[in-house]
Structures are given as structure tokens and as C-alpha cells.
Design a protein around this ligand. Structure first.
Ligand SMILES: *Cc1c(COP(=O)(O)O)cnc(C)c1O
Length: 386
């Protein structure tokens, strides 16, 4: 079966729910058990924190998408990023994390992990097999994000996982950009895949959720056990919204991918833009690796303005009418943020840039309207003094 069919079919059990296709939202903390012995044995589901039908269905679809055997659901994408670190590391351990990591994951490394006595080395995005030189005897985990946040460097994931496996180091990837549809981490030797379901899976900019997906039962049990220790649950209302969005995600993703490529190509031809950081654009550095390992792109990329001050970049952003100024992405509406404040927090020296970096999320508006909006905002930028 092809992926859209699997996404429609997976996790369905209408016989359990009066024949309806969508599982109901079960709001329940207490679960009543038939007798004391069953309660003490603890073998069955005995508390609502473990989730009910809607979370089970959602986990089943997510595992199916990436070819995993299971998924642990969490209340946000960030908590899904946090869980593997907490579950797999202890005092004295070392982790390797890409320097273009999602900013809150960097904060986790510099905050809680540091206080726990776990040290982090941020590695150069695109490092490939050279990561071997950064391994320490205490290295337990390599954290990958591909393409990287804001700058979209594509990682040579098979090269990273080959090194990791040779040294008994686990790997996890924040795979949110591809939604698990366009990149298959387990086919490239990755141990755990992380999704912020808040993004494409929901598609509605109205719910929070995260997932850790895997193929190894022991590893998944460790993640689930850590989530239980922390009392984390993906609430049923959010899970229901996300599952509802997920069934039609391939359509949205394909539409946003095509629109983003059209817009990125248009931007690449504009004199006000000196670089388009989009892996599917042939002129972009990571293109060959992307073409080798990915089957699509999605709607998120960055552009570099041809010089100009921060104030001028802000004039461009503020002039946009169809792009909302705000965080997150993967929803139905287009968004824009300045990229440089986050990039400034990176550990390694950044390449010289001609001008400020702007991140765009392309929503489901017609690309012609978005291009017209970008054109008028670029005109504003062109006539704003430095
Ligand atoms: C948004 C995002 C997350 C976190 O998702 P939330 O649900 O907002 O916590 C994690 N990783 C990446 C790459 C993201 O873009």
C-alpha cells in the first residue's frame, strides 16, 4: 500500500466505537478495574495518563508513517525532543548535537542537561563521517536534525549512523521538517525519530503534540517509562485534533511543498535576494544529499536579503500582508520570522552572509497571491533607507 492509503487505514477499529470511523475523545483519569487483584497486578491499563483509544490510534498512524513499531506520544514537540535525552543519559555522559538544532533543544542541553552533569558538543551541520573525531568515551547519543532549523543544512544521516553504530552510540533525529513522510530515518540506521505533531500532523495551528517513534521495543519502553515517571500525556482533545488533521496530511504537505518550491524559485531570481536556503533548490548546498535521501520537501525555508540593516529587514517583514509574524509552522497559513536572533545563539562561527536571514512558512494560500505579497514587500525593502 502507498503512504496515503496507510495513513487513512492505520489505527482504525470502528467495532470498538459504535461503528464510527473516528475514535472518540475519551476524557478519563480514573480507570475502574474488575477486582483488587487486577489492580495490584498492574498488567492492564489502570490509569488515564496512559491514554485511551484516540491516543492509541494516533500512535499507530505515526508508527506506520515512519515504518516504526511504536510511538510514545507527548504533550508537545519539545517534550518529545526532551524525552530521549532524559531517558538515555545520566551524569557523566556526553552528547553530540547539531549546531543548527531547534533552539529550545539547545536550551535543554545548556540548562537541565548541564545541571544533570551531561555535557554537550555542538557539531558542524553537514559534518558526516568526520563526526567520529568528536566522539568521547562517554558519548552516548548523537542528536540529528535534518535539515537544520533556520539554515536548512542537510545531514549525511547514513554516514552519521554508521559511525554511531560502530561505536555503540545511539542516534535520534528531529524529523519534523519532513513530517516523517519525505524522510525515513529507520531506513538510514537512526534509532529514534521525533515529530512535533503541532506542525504538519495537526495542520491547524490549534493543537500541541509530540511523538518519539522507534523500531526497538526496549528503547521504546525506556522512553515510555520516562514519560510515565514525569507524568506526561498527550491530552485527548489535542490527540483527536491531530489525528483528524493527520488523515489528510499528505495532501496538505504536497500542496505546500509545490507552492514553496515555486515561491523559492521565484525568490532565487530576485535581485533583492542573494541566497535561498531550500534543500530542493539545486543551487543550495545540501541539494545533492536531499535528492539522495528525501522524497519531498514541505513548506519551510529561509532566504537571505542582499544586505541592508536589521531595521530594513523588519520593514520587509512588517510590509507582508498574507504572512503572519509568528513562531511555529506546518499549519494552513503562511508565516514569517527573522532568523538571525536565533542563529546568533549558535556555538560555532557562522558563514559570512550578505544580509539578514528570513524564514518563511508557506501555507495553503494560492502561491500567486503569496508571490504578489512578497513582491510588494521587497519593493518596500528596496525603498527603505538603511
Ligand atoms: C516546533 C518544533 C519543535 C517543538 O514543537 P512544539 O510542539 O512547538 O513544542 C521541535 N522541533 C522542531 C524542528 C520544531 O520546529
Amino acid at each position: 500500500m502507498h503512504l496515503p492509503t496507510k495513513i487513512v487505514q492505520a489505527g482504525r477499529d470502528p467495532a470498538k466505537h459504535d461503528g464510527v470511523v473516528a475514535p472518540p475523545i475519551t476524557r478519563g483519569s480514573t480507570v475502574l478495574l474488575p477486582d483488587a487483584a487486577t489492580l495490584i497486578k498492574g498488567a492492564v491499563k489502570d490509569y488515564g495518563l496512559e491514554g485511551h483509544a484516540v491516543q492509541e490510534a494516533l500512535a499507530a498512524v505515526l508508527a506506520e508513517i515512519e515504518g516504526g513499531t511504536g510511538a510514545v506520544l507527548l504533550p508537545s514537540g519539545l517534550s518529545a525532543c526532551t524525552l530521549p535525552f532524559l531517558a538515555l543519559l545520566q551524569h557523566g555522559d556526553h552528547v553530540l548535537v547539531t549546531d543548527s538544532v531547534y533552539r529550545p533543544t539547545r536550551r535543554l542541553c545548556q540548562g537541565l542537561l548541564k545541571r544533570m552533569g551531561v555535557t554537550t558538543t555542538f557539531y558542524r551541520p553537514g559534518i558526516g563521517a568526520e563526526i567520529e573525531a568528536l566522539l568521547q568515551p562517554s558519548t552516548k547519543l548523537i542528536w540529528i536534525e535534518s535539515p537544520g532549523s533556520l539554515t536548512f543544512e542537510v545531514e549525511d544521516v547514513p554516514a552519521l549512523t554508521a559511525v554511531a553504530r560502530a561505536h555503540n552510540v545511539l542516534t535520534a533525529i528531529d524529523n519534523t521538517w519532513s513530517a516523517g513522510v519525505y524522510f525515513k530515518p529507520f531506513q538510514h540506521g537512526v534509532d529514534l525519530s521525533i515529530q512535533a505533531m503541532t506542525k504538519y500532523q495537526s495542520g491547524g495551528s490549534d493543537a500541541f503534540g509530540g511523538a518519539v517513534i522507534g523500531t526497538d521495543a526496549k528503547l521504546l519502553a525506556l522512553i515510555a517509562g520516562q514519560a510515565k515517571e514525569l507524568g506526561l500525556v498527550c491530552p485527548p482533545d489535542d490527540a483527536w485534533l491531530i489525528l483528524r488533521g493527520l488523515r489528510s496530511m499528505p495532501l496538505r504537505l504536497a500542496t505546500q511543498d509545490a507552492a514553496a518550491r515555486q515561491i523559492a524559485q521565484w525568490l532565487a531570481g530576485r535581485p533583492e535576494i542573494t541566497a535561498v536556503l531550500h534543500p530542493a533548490i539545486p543551487s543550495y548546498g545540501g541539494h545533492a544529499l536531499w535528492a539522495r535521501d528525501f522524497t519531498g520537501a514541505g513548506g519551510l525555508f529561509s532566504v537571505e536579503l542582499a544586505g541592508g540593516s536589521t531595521a530594513r529587514a523588519h520593514a520587509f517583514i512588517n510590509a507582508l500582508k498574507l504572512f503572519g509574524i509568528g513562531y511555529s509552522w506546518g499549519g494552513y497559513e503562511s508565516l514569517v520570522i527573522p532568523g538571525d536572533p536565533q542563529i546568533a545563539q549558535r556555538a560555532l562561527a557562522q558563514p559570512e552572509r550578505a544580509g539578514p536571514l528570513i524564514r518563511l512558512q508557506i501555507g495553503l494560500e494560492s502561491p500567486e497571491d503569496l508571490i504578489a505579497d512578497l513582491a510588494q514587500a521587497l519593493q518596500v525593502w528596496g525603498t527603505t533607507p538603511d
